[in-house]
Design a protein around this ligand. Structure first.
Ligand SMILES: NC(=O)c1ccc[n+]([C@@H]2O[C@H](COP(=O)([O-])OP(=O)(O)OC[C@H]3O[C@@H](n4cnc5c(N)ncnc54)[C@H](OP(=O)(O)O)[C@@H]3O)[C@@H](O)[C@H]2O)c1
Length: 262
């Protein structure tokens, strides 16, 4: 049994979800310049077609809503029929909905769980039987530094990202013997449309292009976790390594949630 290795463009096509904006959109140019043919997915059909038109014969639009597992399976089938095996899948699609515990909305929890967790599960269910049968492949799951521990107003988002980190670890353990390389991305703040409505401080925020470069480099390596910017994500890891009652008090103070409500 040989250890899983990062996929190469000669192994097949790359499938990228959440490709219509932000980090996903920035990753397209990176993947193409590294020699990949890329099947791009999101719900916004027009946006995907415009992006694909910029790279004729290299980037191909496959619109899909990842919360629809049957549609995801059909999309993966169509990509492999049209372009050959998916050698690398980057599960990047996700939503961030801020939830205030004083006035939470169940539909915000449900949507976050549906897209971020059930959507990723739909992609995994379509991908892993194929990759296991081929004894090769690479799956890169985009989580977040919020996976490391609880954050105020991120009680839905953080729960899904912690779930994705756990899911990635389990898959990395299970798929190793099938030669499938699994990685998890845990970024800090990235300047994308997902951050537009957030008015809280975003220390060490990086551009979508910087994030794409870091992810592209990480995907060529064997290390499980791709995390950046490290001065932020490693500081968070240290805080969350403290006993829980200490880190909860520390994060409460650092984020200003130690003040009484207005
Ligand atoms: N920005 C940050 O600070 C940050 C930090 C850590 C991790 N992340 C993660 O990085 C990933 C990309 O985020 P981003 O910041 O680039 O956000 P973004 O610009 O809002 O992009 C999100 C992408 O997900 C797609 N998407 C949303 N719902 C979908 C659905 N039901 N089916 C298929 N596609 C769907 C969107 O396309 P459509 O709307 O066209 O479907 C879009 O392409 C997410 O997983 C996010 O959680 C972001």
């Amino acid at each position: 049994m040989s250890a899983p290795v990062p996929a190469k463009p000669s192994d097949g096509v790359c499938w990228l979800t959440g490709a219509s904006s932000g980090i996903g959109e920035a990753l397209i140019v990176n993947l193409v310049s590294n020699g990949w043919r890329v099947a791009i997915s999101a719900r916004s059909e027009d946006k995907l077609k415009t992006l694909a038109d910029q790279y004729p014969g290299k980037v191909f639009a496959y619109p899909v809503d990842i919360t629809d597992d049957k549609a995801v399976e059909a999309t993966v089938e169509a990509i492999e029929t049209d372009h050959g095996p998916i050698a690398r899948a980057i599960l990047n699609a996700g939503v961030y909905l801020s939830i205030n515990a004083e006035n939470p909305r169940f539909e915000d929890y449900a949507k976050t769980f549906d897209v971020n967790l059930k959507g990723a599960a739909a992609c995994i269910c379509a991908l892993t039987p194929r990759m296991c049968a081929r004894r090769s492949g690479q799956i890169v799951i985009v989580s977040s530094a919020t996976a490391f521990g609880g954050m105020p107003t991120a009680t839905a988002y953080g729960a899904t990202k912690a779930g994705l980190l756990n899911m990635s670890e389990g898959l990395a353990i299970e798929l190793h013997r099938y030669g499938v390389h699994v990685q998890c991305v845990t970024p800090g703040f990235v300047d994308t449309p997902a951050q537009d409505d957030n008015d809280f401080p975003k220390p060490f925020m990086v551009s979508a292009e910087t994030a794409a470069n870091r992810i592209a480099r990480g995907m060529t390596r064997s290390r499980f976790e791709i995390t950046f910017p490290r001065r932020f994500t490693w500081a968070l890891k240290l805080i969350y390594a403290l006993p829980r009652s200490w880190h909860i008090a520390l994060v409460r103070k650092q984020t200003g949630w130690d003040k009484p409500p207005e």
